[in-house]
Write a protein that binds this ligand. Structure first.
Ligand code: ASP
Length: 424
């Protein structure tokens, strides 16, 4: 059994939905589980709906109409007959959202977010399933919430692995007869609590869903279909000599995604590595190309420096108000404050009297964080910075990278170098 994942860009309009069926025709007679994200930028649009509802903004109606029209346009472009049940599914999406809103805001932002934003994946898979069924790809639509069980950390559901594995194995592996021949089609990104409320797994979480299914089904391979030829050694937007990697070791994949490589969601690799399930990143634009294979390799091939560029960074310099040392006790307060504000530290360094932290400059998180830190410490900061992480670097790589740049912080370990520099 193979597990496929199609992200938003691969199902962003009628033409790309049709393209998915062309890809599937290359895998006739294979046993497939297909995990699909919301179409195009629907998750962003639904986030705006949640925001407008929660903060009672006047654009709510327009935003809801936008989401509905976007899908209607795709459905129309796929040539369904007038009375096809997909039109009913579309109405249903709106009704489900209305119902959540009728309940008011008392259950909090994150809860409402998950109940509404999940509709993107549900309608996307309904459309894909209907289209594929009409075009010779018999498939069974499954509700991922019947399998992916989480705790009730809304927006970042933690997987109950034991229960999820049991449900997937019971309901998928033991299908019989004609059912067994069908492709399984389900949603990425969403799960369910034990009280049957919907949760989501964090933005871009559909890769993770596909990895969970792969793990629980002992899949022979997982394929993520992307709009890039595979895993590249750098984002060509920032580095013109980027090359496609043929083979990436699990370790490199974990490190690269941890430092911010966006090609795969960081939580994806571990479940696959635990069972040595190979992951392939392939292009939905050139589906016959082999892409990049992530697996149990001793080294990445070709072993070239890999760059991860993170823009819009801020560097905080935190010191004691009385010029005393920033030692363990102070550090524990600092870390707790970062954890309370859910700010991820991208790089840190300490000296006797100050502690420097580089993080994403998210305005909603940074101001309250700095306010809080300032209660106990003196906080200075530089913003408009870029963090570059280079794995498998050479000295010459760093020299070239930093030439004519203002460097604020640099750190090197055996395989990884990180540099914080001013944006041009
Ligand atoms: N639709 C979700 C998002 O845009 C999940 C995903 O695409 O992986 O974050």
């Amino acid at each position: 059994m193979k597990v496929f994942k199609f992200g938003g860009a691969s199902v962003k309009d009628a033409a790309s939905v049709k393209n998915v069926s062309e890809i599937l025709s290359l895998f006739k007679n294979e046993s497939l589980v297909i995990v699909i994200s919301a179409m195009g930028k629907t998750t962003n649009s639904l986030e705006k709906v949640v925001n407008a509802f929660y903060y009672q903004k006047s654009e709510l109606k327009d935003m809801l109409k936008f989401v509905k029209d976007f899908h209607l346009n795709i459905v129309d472009g796929l040539g369904f007959a007038k009375g096809h049940s997909i039109y009913h599914d579309l109405e249903n999406m709106s009704t489900e959202i209305d119902w959540v809103m009728e309940e008011g805001t008392s259950k909090g932002y994150a809860f409402i977010y998950d109940q509404i934003v999940s509709q993107g994946e549900l309608i996307s898979t309904k459309i894909m399933s209907a289209y594929l069924n009409e075009n010779g790809f018999a498939n069974q639509w499954l509700d991922a919430r019947d399998f992916i069980q989480t705790d009730n950390t809304y927006r970042e559901g933690k997987i109950n692995w034991e229960l999820t594995e049991k449900l997937i194995q019971e309901k998928i592996i033991s299908r019989d007869g004609a059912e067994k021949k069908k492709i399984i089609l389900t949603q990425g990104f969403i799960g369910s609590t034990s009280e049957n409320f919907t949760t989501t797994l964090g933005r871009e979480g559909s890769d993770y869903t596909a990895a969970i299914f792969s793990y629980c089904l002992n899949a022979e391979e997982m394929i993520v279909w992307k709009d890039v030829p595979g895993v590249l050694s750098a984002d060509p937007k920032y580095y013109e000599d980027a090359v496609k990697l043929q083979e990436v070791s699990y370790l490199d994949a974990i490190e690269l995604t941890y430092y911010g490589a966006t090609v795969i969601h960081p939580k994806t690799i571990k479940p696959l590595e635990n069972k040595y399930i190979p992951l392939r990143v392939r292009s939905f634009l050139s589906p016959k190309e082999s892409g990049t294979s992530v697996g149990n390799y001793s080294a990445t091939k070709p072993l070239v420096p890999c760059f991860i560029f993170k823009t819009n960074q801020i560097l905080l310099s935190i010191s004691a108000k009385d010029f005393s040392f920033v030692a363990e006790e102070a550090l524990s307060i600092i870390f707790k404050t970062f954890a309370d504000h859910k700010v991820k530290i991208n790089l840190m360094q300490n000296s006797a009297i100050s502690f420097s932290v580089c993080a994403d400059n998210d305005e909603f998180k940074m101001t309250p964080l700095i306010d809080d830190l300032s209660k106990n410490f003196k906080v200075l900061y530089n913003d408009n910075l870029r963090l570059v992480t280079v794995r498998h670097y050479y000295s010459a790589t760093i020299e070239k990278l930093t030439k004519d740049k203002t460097i604020l912080l640099e750190q090197r370990s055996r395989h990884t170098a990180q540099v914080v520099m001013k944006e041009d």
